[in-house]
Design a protein around this ligand. Structure first.
Ligand SMILES: N[C@@H](CCC(=O)N[C@@H](CS)C(=O)NCC(=O)O)C(=O)O
Length: 232
């Protein structure tokens, strides 16, 4: 593939960017990674490529931008349809995977952020309870999706593995900062084994951020969010 044909605008810490990179690795697609330094301001290329949300990731394929990580995953799967596929081939399995991915984005990950920026113990407790409830749902969903295999996608990493696995860094940071254990052997044994397999996978291991580094970054980001909330 010609150099410059595929570009990813992103940053090392973003779970949504990690999704895009894992999908490209699964399909063995070479790409150029263009690091966006969001805290220092957004590049012209980002503003031009994602004028609606102005967010990363952006996948640029043959000079055309594709936005929104879950849409990018589907685009990658359709554009490079050779095995391994990312979305389940059966319409029902595909619908279930997309349902849980939307749940994680709309409900569960916002609870991770809410724990980070919680104002007081009560708000923090409520966020943690939401996280635990969500993990219990995902443990149950894993049992149904995996059909006795290693991943939500079966024998190989699929759409829901990528959507959920990209949030493992944020979950571990939350556990570390708060001195709590949320995904553990006692509560979610299947997810613990799945997470270990996922993080060791060849398509994943080089893009999963180091937990200590992500914790430092997360603390700085949360402080900025809190400060901004106090100002406005
Ligand atoms: N729904 C989007 C979320 C992307 C997102 O929130 N990206 C963050 C980085 S983790 C971002 O670009 N933030 C910049 C901003 O909000 O201005 C997706 O799935 O791609």
């Amino acid at each position: 593939m010609a150099t410059g044909e595929v570009k990813v605008l992103g940053s090392w810490s973003s779970p949504y960017v990690i999704r895009t990179r894992i999908a490209l690795h699964i399909k063995s697609i070479n790409y150029e990674f263009v690091e966006e330094k969001l805290l220092e301001g957004k590049s012209e290329l980002l503003l031009k490529s994602n004028p609606v949300y102005k967010k990363i990731p952006v996948l640029i394929h043959r000079d055309k931008p594709i936005n929104e990580s879950l849409i990018i995953l589907q685009y990658i799967d359709q554009t490079w349809p050779s095995a391994p596929s990312i979305l389940p081939s059966h319409p029902y399995d595909s619908a279930v995977a997309r349902f849980w991915a939307a749940y994680l984005d709309e409900k569960w990950f916002p609870a991770v952020i809410s724990v980070g920026i919680a104002d007081g113990e009560e708000a923090k407790k409520a966020g943690i309870a939401q996280l635990e409830e969500g993990l219990a749902l995902m443990e149950e969903a894993f049992g149904k999706c995996t059909k006795g295999k290693g991943f939500f996608g079966g024998d190989e990493i699929g759409f829901l593995d990528i959507a959920f696995g990209s949030f493992l860094g944020g979950l571990r940071v939350t556990e570390k900062i708060n001195g709590i254990s949320l995904m553990d052997e006692a509560k979610t044994p299947a997810l613990v084994n799945w997470a270990e397999r996922f993080c060791c996978h060849a398509a994943v291991k080089d893009v999963m951020p180091d937990v200590d580094e992500l914790t430092e970054f997360g603390k700085m980001l949360l402080a900025r969010i809190r400060a901004a909330a106090e100002i406005h």
